[in-house]
Design a protein around this ligand. Structure first.
Ligand code: ADP
Ligand code: MG
Length: 285
């Protein structure tokens, strides 16, 4: 499934004294199967942008197409689009409501008119994707789970709709390092195994650097940079001006280079850094 925006601007509270232009002339295309990261300072328009990808917000001006369907056209059934483009909001556990995990995760498929058997199967699969056991949790109240488990159940509720595109707004916010790592691994596996398009909004340079194929940097409602993580993190100066950094390990490689070590600075992970440092040291570990 592809998503295309052309000259999209969005204004909150339009025609009031409080009007804010949250997006300004954004044009971009996300292709089927891509794994895209979106980063940018707070207030740069990330959340506003992603809500245009499934028609939760419609542009004040400009156009949005999902698989060629014009979302701004009055006859477009946005409900159908939202089934295919799944959205996990920030702190999605705040929206849990079911008495049991089964009821909560199964809500979407149930509403879509699937049989009870199919709903159960969907829930079982969705929970497995986020590393949770159906038999253990199905009858439990989602409110009695741990923070990390609640987050996963909420994500499973979106996965149970079997979307072709999965959008996640800061899915690891507020989790401990282990919980973050696990959720990101599961998202990576979903992209790899099911081939779905994933759009990940993140604060963490480290996370996006090692996960995504493409990185979009937002600044003041505009796309400031768009490229592979290596291409984007090469623009260390620009990122600094935008109030963003590069992954710590990339920063370290820049410092080593400044100290006269002939290292390649296109390094995004600790593993790559180790290999590169060993290489320039002549292979002595
Ligand atoms: P980000 O997700 O990058 O932090 P947002 O898309 O939430 O950015 O916000 C972009 C701009 O729109 C900010 O200036 C923010 O204050 C404003 N904004 C966001 N949501 C609303 C809203 N519901 N009403 C009015 N202004 C909003
Ligand atoms: Mg946001």
């Amino acid at each position: 499934m592809s998503i295309r925006l052309e000259n999209v601007s969005y204004r909150y509270l339009e025609d009031t004294p409080m009007e804010t232009e949250a997006l300004s002339n954004v044009s971009l295309e996300i292709k089927d199967g891509e794994f895209v990261g979106i980063i940018g300072p707070t207030g740069s328009g990330k959340s506003t942008l992603i809500q245009h990808f499934n028609g939760l917000l419609l542009p004040s001006s400009g156009k949005v197409w999902v698989d060629g369907v014009d979302l701004t056209h009055k006859d477009t059934q946005l409900r159908k689009i939202r089934q295919k483009v799944g959205m996990v909001f920030q702190y999605p556990e705040h929206q849990l409501f079911g008495e049991t995990v089964l009821e909560d995760v199964g809500f979407g498929p149930q509403n879509g008119g699937l049989s009870q058997e199919e709903v159960v199967e969907r829930v079982r699969r969705a929970l497995a994707y986020v590393g949770l056991d159906f038999e253990e949790l199905k009858d439990q109240s989602p409110f009695e789970l741990s923070g990390g488990q609640k987050r996963r159940v909420a994500i499973a509720g979106v996965l149970a709709m079997e979307p072709s595109v999965l959008i996640l707004d800061e899915p690891t916010a507020g989790l401990d390092p282990k919980g973050r790592e696990e959720i990101l691994d599961e998202i990576r596996a979903l992209h790899k195994e099911r081939g779905i398009t994933v759009i990940l909004v993140s604060h963490s340079m480290e996370d996006v650097a090692r996960l995504v194929d493409r990185l979009i940097v937002m600044h003041q409602g505009r796309v400031a940079l768009d490229g592979t993580p290596v291409e984007v993190f090469r623009q260390a100066e620009t990122l600094k001006e935008l109030g963003l950094g590069v992954p710590q390990v990339t920063e370290l490689m820049h410092e080593l280079k400044a100290k006269g070590l002939a290292v390649n600075t296109d390094i995004l992970t600790v593993e790559e850094a180790e290999e590169e440092i060993v290489r320039v040291m002549g292979g002595q570990k």
